[in-house]
Design a protein around this ligand. Structure first.
Ligand code: PEP
Ligand code: MN
Length: 265
């Protein structure tokens, strides 16, 4: 899998090029699980930008366990992400679930996300491999590292070299205290196996806002290139993943705390 030295994924955003790289500062991706309305997404974008994020995340198409749960606002949410991008200059990361939606998502997204549940959706992997936006490939919740890297290989083999690997927790036997088990041991393992940059998502990895800061710090200490953190202006009212979402205030404090351990650049 490894092609030479660790290589950078460089993503152009309105605020400038962002390098996902061992040799550049930590990249911070933050925002709500779902895009709910214009006011909340623009407000969240402003807050996470002020705190130090380079990317806004927010789901328009949501892969929910239950078909009766909120499914995302779809195309109209893409327009709201575009408004937040326009207002802040942040890069946008949002999930594609269906090959049919890729073109309209790519009009707004600076990085397209493949969610954990689609890690081995091979037709989707081939399609994102054949377009030119960078791809954030989340680890399937029961996937081995080999399966994950082979999924990345589908994108690379289709012609897109810009893949970022995101660990978001694997299936846990402890459903009481953890949503998933965040596998931070992938950091040294992936570093030895692949040249691709790495992101850690402690929000889905733990499922609980109170556990997110310590796992974010641990991920930095273990050498992550990037973090994804869910942030919502009012987590108690969130339409998805409220329990694991930080408030903008807590997120701001976390970014300040991060500078204490920092990341060697
Ligand atoms: C998300 O990022 O909101 C999401 C659904 O993530 P995952 O695919 O890791 O569950
Ligand atoms: Mn989520």
């Amino acid at each position: 899998y490894r092609q030479g030295e660790a290589s950078d994924v460089i993503v152009p955003t309105p605020n400038g090029d962002v390098h996902f790289s061992e040799h550049h500062p930590l990249v911070i991706v933050a925002g709500p699980c779902s895009v709910e309305n214009e006011e909340m997404i623009v407000e969240t974008a402003r807050r996470v930008k002020a705190a130090g994020a380079q990317f806004l995340r927010g789901g328009a198409y949501k892969p929910r366990t239950s078909p009766y749960a909120f499914q995302g606002h779809g195309e109209s949410a893409l327009g709201l992400l575009a408004a937040a991008r326009e207002a802040t200059g942040l890069g946008i990361i949002t999930e594609v679930m269906d090959t049919a939606d890729l073109d309209k998502i790519s009009e707004v997204a600076d990085v397209v996300q493949i969610g954990a549940r689609n890690m081995q959706n091979f037709s989707l992997l081939k399609k994102v491999g054949a377009q030119n936006k960078a791809v954030l490939l989340k680890r399937g919740m029961s996937s081995t590292i080999e399966e994950w890297l082979m999924a990345a290989e589908y994108i690379l083999a289709a012609g897109n070299p810009n893949v970022i690997l995101c660990e978001r927790g694997i299936r846990t036997f402890d459903r009481q205290y953890a949503r998933n088990t965040l596998d931070l041991s992938v950091l040294p393992v992936l570093r030895s196996l692949t040249h691709l940059p790495i992101m850690i998502d402690p929000s889905h990895g733990t499922g609980r806002a109170e556990y997110v800061p310590s796992m974010a710090m641990a991920a930095i200490a273990a050498g992550t290139d990037s973090l994804m953190i869910e942030v919502h202006p009012n987590p108690a009212k969130a339409l998805s993943d409220g329990p694991q979402s930080l408030t903008p205030e807590r997120f701001d404090r976390l970014v300040q705390e991060m500078s204490v351990i920092g990341k060697a650049v």
